[in-house]
Design a protein around this ligand. Structure first.
Ligand code: AMP
Ligand code: GLY
Length: 417
């Protein structure tokens, strides 16, 4: 099978590593890619959000399967164009990707499907925003309605700051605050059958102890030793399957990766967000533990054959990833710094490019994420932090507490002992 991966982040590097390990993959191309994907895949230039250009590239490399990594190409209809050319594609249509692309649309689908989520109001004026803020009270949760790379959300006790964000965004979703640990559950689907991957946890805030502004994600681990029994089956039955069924009912079947972001509250799991693609950095840890050949799984989803796919196999143990971000992130990052140690096994590249002299140079906010597996979470964590010390980015920042509360048994689900 010849596979084209579209995108240039850590998720795409992790996907390339997984696909390269699948013996059924005879050719692997990544476009536009980064310094890491260039080491495992043929690198091609492309504007990832241009449906015509991506389709032409897929034809040029004679791809049997196109895997679209990021949300922006999905929302732009790249998967539609690739499929229209008769090539199997992992990723939802532009219409279905609105589950991620519009928070208001996602809320509407959840309401129709009876999926538990935070009560919310869609607001387009300052008056509406003020009324919603006062209805729900602090902590205030204000979300930009459109795509914002994980940074369009603020959670704050400061009413004036919440209102300012709402006005600056224009159309927002203001919702009730959900209290409880977060879980990311990736569900592979062909629009009908749904196969869950291992639950993972992401760390959204820039600072240790969950302080500072939200980011795209600063680290992750899997599996979750503190997860209540039956939680995955419960989320499949109450969230993933009803959502996929509701999308099919609307005539916009969702195939690809349904990323279910949950908060485990005292009243049960509640959806915080849907994404229409693999999450970063959770992908790094989930795929590090997947033993089942990845191309076979993604291809089954892309061709409507998921119901016949064998059960997934996972390796024993745990995985931890720690993101190294550039100086300034999540604000405008400093770029152009030379990284050392970035070619080691376990270093998954995000915002990097290789200079002509072979040096790896930073090009974005999240630069690399260092991933390790171990016999248990503590061992995986120790390895990841050992490796982080051997990667150097001038001005680089990383959290020191990824997976720490879980290793120390300090993660509590409200309402459970
Ligand atoms: P989102 O882009 O919707 O995932 O929001 C980004 C992050 O903001 C989430 O991962 C949560 O940490 C936080 N967040 C979003 N919605 C809520 C909510 N209703 N209650 C508490 N925290 C939230
Ligand atoms: N890890 C959060 C995201 O991918 O949106």
């Amino acid at each position: 099978m010849r596979v084209l991966v579209v995108g240039s982040g850590a998720r795409e590097h992790a996907l390339c590593l997984g696909l390269a390990a699948d013996p059924s993959v005879t050719a692997l191309v990544c476009a536009p890619g980064n310094a890491g994907t260039g080491a495992v895949a043929e690198q091609r230039g492309v504007d990832a959000t241009d449906p015509v250009a991506v389709t032409a590239l897929a034809q040029d490399v004679r791809a049997d399967l196109v895997v679209i990594g990021p949300e922006a190409p999905l929302v732009a209809g790249v998967a539609d164009a690739v499929r229209a050319a008769g090539i199997a594609c992992f990723g939802p249509s532009g219409e279905a990707a609105r589950l991620e692309g519009s928070k208001a649309f996602a809320k509407d689908v959840m309401a129709a499907a009876g999926v538990p989520t935070a009560a919310a109001r869609v607001c387009s004026t300052a008056e509406e925003a003020e009324a919603a803020l006062d209805e729900f009270g602090p902590p205030y949760v204000v979300k930009d309605d459109g795509l914002a790379a994980g940074k369009g959300v603020i959670v704050t006790d400061d009413r004036a700051a919440a209102l300012e964000h709402a006005v600056a965004c224009g159309r927002v979703v203001i919702e009730e605050y959900l209290d409880g640990p977060e879980v990311s559950l990736f569900c592979v689907t062909d629009g009908d059958a749904v196969v869950p991957l291992l639950p993972a946890q992401d760390f959204k805030r820039i600072g240790d102890g969950d302080t500072g502004p939200n980011t795209g994600g600063m680290g992750a681990y899997a599996p979750l030793p503190w997860l209540p029994d039956g939680l995955v089956d419960d989320v499949l039955a109450t969230v993933a399957r009803p959502t996929v069924a509701e999308m099919a009912r609307r005539g916009m079947p969702f195939s690809g990766l349904l990323y279910v972001g949950l908060a485990l509250t005292a009243r049960g799991p509640r959806v915080v967000e849907f994404n229409a693609r693999f999450g970063d950095p959770e992908t790094q840890v989930v795929l590090a533990l997947l033993e089942t050949p990845l191309a076979g799984l993604l291809s089954a989803a892309a061709t409507g054959a998921l119901a016949n796919h064998p059960p997934l196999r996972w390796r024993e143990g745990a995985a931890v990833t720690v993101v190294v971000a550039a100086d300034g992130y999540p604000g405008p990052p400093r770029t152009g710094d030379v990284l050392t140690g970035a070619d080691q096994t376990g270093v998954v590249h995000a915002g990097t490019r290789r200079r002509e002299d072979g040096a790896v140079v930073s090009t974005g906010g999240r630069v690399v994420s260092v991933t390790a597996v171990g016999a248990d979470l503590a061992a995986a964590r120790d390895r990841a932090y050992d490796l982080v010390e051997r990667v150097h980015l001038p001005g680089g920042q990383f959290r020191r507490d990824i997976a720490l509360a879980a290793v120390e048994g300090r993660v509590r689900v409200p309402g459970l002992p």
